[in-house]
Design a protein around this ligand. Structure first.
Ligand SMILES: Nc1ncnc2c1ncn2[C@@H]1O[C@H](COP(=O)(O)OP(=O)(O)O)[C@@H](O)[C@H]1O
Ligand SMILES: N[C@@H](CCOP(=O)(O)O)C(=O)O
Length: 295
């Protein structure tokens, strides 16, 4: 019987002003063990009354199989490790890619990376989590409909610290507070800020990159009211030496970019003043989606 493991990293989208286009993979994984079986089963079950047909990953896998005019054979799927849900760490993008990959493996679809990026982006609605979850690293991507253009940035000499509160914020809800359109002057300044973040990262000028990340005009000014302790965490992280502290994805997690090797020290200091949070030092992850087969 075939058995394989799928591992997909968490992601932090936007990186400040790179709204819907910039994201990086983090060393925190969704890992699933998949075995062909005589019936569908998800372990641990989300709750005993929910049929497998309602499972998010199952629905994605089924949709991809149908798109290729085939049906999924039954599988037992065991979640070995997870990414906290609705916290701004890309759990939905990782689950979507896992569903796509299950269909790819068990239906022998032979999907290319571009196929996975296209399907994942269509389902998620934007490529900024899907691209780094698929490729690893820090990826800039934009969906032009006929193609999704994406480009990796070279590895950065940075650690990150994430501040995960024990409340959820669905991405859909956090998008509702954003404006439909931006005045021309705001859009020009906002894209200038985003360009400076990329230029500064490429030059290794992390002080400037951090300063510009915190000047986002696309989403943070509208979302910060939804985020508990937004100003306190930013100020305290700066005092501890962080280059920047910004929303991770749509929030409510905040993420700091900090000098290499200083993640754990800064995380420990912030955990002391945020006892209700899970404060973690996380390295960036250069690997994206991985599949490994067992005998
Ligand atoms: N491992 C998973 N298994 C099943 N559903 C998942 C999984 N990961 C994410 N989801 C679905 O994605 C939703 C969270 O997506 P979203 O609001 O975009 O937040 P985020 O992607 O920031 O964690 C969850 O409420 C759940 O429906
Ligand atoms: N660009 C999106 C990113 C959402 O990321 P998530 O991790 O919160 O799902 C947005 O900002 O809405």
């Amino acid at each position: 019987m075939k058995s394989f493991q799928i591992s997909v990293p968490a992601t932090s989208a936007n990186v400040g002003p790179g709204f819907d286009s910039m994201g990086l993979a983090l060393k925190l994984n969704l890992t699933l063990q998949v075995e062909e079986s005589d019936q569908w089963e998800f372990m641990p079950p989300s709750d005993s009354d929910t049929p497998y047909e309602e499972n998010f990953i199952y629905k994605i896998a089924k949709q991809i199989a149908e798109r290729h005019h085939t049906t999924l054979p039954p599988c037992k799927v065991t979640e070995i490790s997870g990414i906290p849900l609705a916290r701004g760490l890309g759990s939905s993008a990782s689950a979507i890619l896992a569903g796509i990959e299950i269909a790819n493996q068990v239906c022998h679809l032979n999907l290319s990376d571009d196929d996975k990026l296209r399907y994942g982006t269509e389902i998620e609605g934007h490529p900024d989590n899907i691209a780094p979850a698929l490729f690893g690293g820090l990826v800039i991507s934009t969906d032009f409909g006929e193609e999704i253009v994406h480009m990796d940035l070279p590895n950065l000499e940075l650690d990150t610290v994430v501040y995960i509160p024990n409340i959820k914020l669905k991405t859909e809800a956090s998008r509702k507070v954003l404006p439909e359109a931006y005045p021309m002057k705001t859009a020009v300044k906002a894209s200038g800020v985003a360009n400076l973040v990329v230029a500064a990262l490429l030059q290794g000028d992390y002080t400037l990159a951090g300063r510009m990340m915190e000047k986002d005009l696309f989403h943070e000014p509208y979302r910060k009211e939804l985020i508990p302790n937004y100003d306190t965490i930013r100020e305290e992280a700066k005092r501890q030496g962080a280059y920047s502290t910004i929303l991770s994805g749509a929030g409510p997690t905040l993420i700091s970019f900090v000098p290499a090797e200083q993640g754990t020290t800064i995380a420990n200091a912030l955990q002391k003043i945020l006892p209700d949070y899970n404060v973690k030092a996380l390295n960036m992850c250069t690997e994206g989606l991985q599949v490994s087969y067992q005998e």
